[in-house]
Design a protein around this ligand. Structure first.
Ligand SMILES: [Cu+2]
Length: 170
């Protein structure tokens, strides 16, 4: 029984270690760069990945310090980047790029980048952004399922041990 538990734990370690090596798109950069300051709104903003993202369900929004959308229209995939038009901005402060794309391996990846507008613009805000937009960030690249698998294995091992013990004792 102890050998079985050791085997289960070893297998669990393998399962946990494996996904880190699997392909999962990562962000290689953005325009404007994360944390940068601008005196004037950019014509467009983009987030670039290490491979071509799928175009279906891709989103890229720019949300201003006023909580309104400042990106214009739908985003488009250009090469390994997702791009959306912006233009003249409004209030001074922090603007957030919120992206969500499906990577080539089928996994959704999302996150945010920010830049600061230092001089007030004369642009017109779009609709109020959904309160949830930009709030989520799951680009850590660590999937949850290995932990669930290990949990099931450990629980299964413990359960097998618990069920077996009375027989051993008797
Ligand atoms: Cu992936």
């Amino acid at each position: 029984m102890r050998a079985l538990l050791v085997a289960l734990l070893a297998f669990g370690a393998l399962v946990v270690g494996a996904p880190a090596a699997s392909a999962h798109s990562i962000v290689t950069g953005s325009s404007p760069e994360d944390g940068s300051s601008l005196a004037q709104g950019p014509d467009q903003v983009s987030v670039t990945f290490n491979e071509v993202p799928q175009s279906q369900f891709a989103t890229l929004n720019v949300v201003g310090p006023d909580g309104n959308l400042w990106s214009k229209g739908d985003p488009r995939i250009e090469g390994q980047s997702i791009v959306v038009d912006v233009g003249e901005l409004g209030p001074v402060g922090e603007y957030t790029l919120a992206y969500r794309v499906t990577s080539a391996d089928g996994h959704p990846i999302s996150g945010t980048r920010t830049f600061t507008l230092t001089e007030e613009g004369s642009g017109t805000a779009g609709a109020s952004a959904d309160a949830s937009a930009g709030a989520e960030s799951d680009d850590s690249g660590v999937p949850l399922w290995p932990f669930l698998v290990v949990g099931v294995l450990v629980f299964g091992g413990a359960l097998a041990f618990a069920l077996r013990k009375p027989k051993d004792a008797g």
